[in-house]
Design a protein around this ligand. Structure first.
Ligand code: DON
Length: 306
């Protein structure tokens, strides 16, 4: 008899809901600052297609940096190992928007999940796709098997107006030759990827291929190779939470990724993907309740990759 995930999720949700909701909604993106900070949703989908959700799991929110997974996976499959000449796979131990290591590292970002790395991935997309925005959206829609994931143009515009740090990074990396398009075009694409809106239910379905050796469950279509899926999971585990990646690995023990919209996804290879959304962030920029929920969830399931 398998585990009763439905019960564990319902109990864990109730327990976290009964505790204080600490943290702060980020105020630097006005369109996100006005969100109801008590939203809280969880969705679980396993490789057999079993889905269970609680709370606001069907409401769409800004997935922000979670989109960095789709951008990486799409680009890595296109370029192969060449990609790693332009972005490294080491944890940065710094904030997601930090510039501090770029000079010593000669414009090569530490990993694809910090902003500098995601900007390089966007630059690679611009070099290799006719219409990167459309192609990434189609990719996500195929992964979710529905057409509704979309950009929020207001969020994208509001991010572009506040992208001074990202502009600094893109320009600085261009001086090393590691950005090839115009920095403005790179930032425009990056802000659009951050603005994508999806629900927990869609997110928990869309990343199942990474729990399934790179194949879409059901059709078994290859999205990426097994080795590439394994490598993306390794980078998620070591770099998915910026300077809190060690903590997430320590407390939860699953590959995962957060976004400043309050979303977190985590996956248990060969089993399931789980998405949590709660907008208030801890000081490291990760969802306060999202972290707590996943810590408690894996304590109860006693499952992690370790
Ligand atoms: O300022 C930015 O670049 C953000 N919109 C980054 C998005 C994000 O989620 C980073 N991490 N938590």
């Amino acid at each position: 008899m398998g585990k009763d995930y439905r019960q564990i999720i319902a109990d864990t949700y109730a327990s976290i809901l009964s505790q204080e909701n600490l943290g702060k909604v980020p105020d630097y993106i006005p369109e996100i600052a006005c969100i109801d900070e008590n939203k809280f949703g969880v969705s679980f989908t396993d490789l057999n297609g079993f889905n269970f959700g609680v709370g606001d799991f069907e409401e769409k929110f800004s997935i922000q940096s979670i989109s960095k997974i789709f951008a990486l996976s799409f680009t890595y499959e296109k370029l192969g190992e060449e990609l790693w000449k332009r972005v490294d796979v080491e944890p940065s131990g710094t904030a997601f928007n930090s510039l501090v290591q770029l000079e010593a590292d000669h414009g090569i970002p530490r990993n694809p999940f910090i902003n500098a790395g995601a900007l390089v991935i966007c630059d690679v997309l611009l070099e290799n796709c006719k219409n990167p925005k459309d192609e990434i959206l189609l990719y996500i829609r195929e992964l979710t098997d529905d057409e509704s994931a979309d950009f929020n143009e207001k969020v994208a515009a509001s991010e572009m107006q506040n992208s001074f740090r990202n502009a600094a990074m893109a320009n600085y990396m261009k001086s090393f030759g590691n950005i090839r398009s115009q920095p403005d075009a790179v930032i425009e694409l990056y802000c659009h990827l951050c603005s994508i809106e999806m629900s927990c239910r869609q997110l928990s379905k869309s990343l199942l291929y990474l729990a399934n050796g790179g194949k879409l469950p059901g059709s078994n279509k290859h999205i990426i190779s097994l080795n590439k899926a394994r490598r993306i999971n390794a980078i998620l585990l070591t770099c998915g939470f910026y300077d809190e990646s060690g903590e997430f690995s320590f407390l939860v023990g699953l590959p995962g990724k957060s976004g400043v919209g309050g979303g977190i996804i985590a996956l248990y290879p060969e089993h399931y993907c789980i998405a949590v959304w709660s907008p208030k962030l801890n000081p490291k920029g990760n969802s306060y309740r999202g972290m707590k929920f996943l810590q408690e969830f894996t304590m109860q399931t006693r499952e992690s990759i370790f």
